[in-house]
Ligand binder design. Sequence first.
Ligand code: F6R
Length: 259
Amino acid sequence: MAEIIIVRDPAEAGAIAADEIVRLISANPRTVLGLATGSTPLPVYEALRPRVAGLDVSQVRGFALDEYVGLDPAHPESYRSVISREVVEPLGLDPTLVRVPDGSLDGIEHAGDDYERVITEAGGVDLQILGIGTDGHIGFNEPGSSFASLTRVKTLTEQTREDNARFFDSVDDVPRHCITQGLGTIMRARHLVLLAFGEGKAEAVAGAVEGAVSASLPGSAIQLHPHATVLVDEAAASRLAHADYYRYAYANKPAWQGL
Ligand code: F6R
């Protein structure tokens, strides 16, 4: 099962994830990061800023999880723009080494296969940062997504479009389609680090961590991963049946184990 770490606040989660990313980059300058967008991973990217000062990040590679289909890449809420603004520029990464799935309509039929190829050519993802949707999606793998799925076009649920309307002028402006790494793609990453904050995520987190493994709750795929870490605040952990055990296990974690 995943290691569940219940933190005080998002900043503590960001620091724990950022320390692990720095450890990876220090050991291997060609580390490959899987990058989530949305609100949840922002504390990780913020915590990384001071930590990468003085570190050689010139060869670090990155792959975003997903992108909206048909949204102008120059739109401030395209994930290409978000990754550039929140990750590439502040951390000083080489923009040519950080990829986002191509959501342009022209060539969308083969954009998924192209993305899979470049991830494979990079040697796969070392550490994949994940958020989780209120409907249990990871990446934009909405309920019903195959556990074997690879990068492809998906239709966003109305719930996801409403959740993401806060980034746009209105829900009508949220695209209906996205291109997302599949659950099979995500499961190939060597380490999954899923973060969730706030009461609104509590049900999805409980389902993903302690519920039945089911395509109806795509986040539950992490139960099948050999190395998954879940960083949650008290509110997001509030529906976990075994929260006391997770606290106890973390408090008694052997120092040699690492994250
Ligand atoms: C974003 C992504 C999504 C988000 C999820 C939660 O790249 O893949 O799975 O992680 O929708 O979004 P936030 O973090 O905005 O609550």
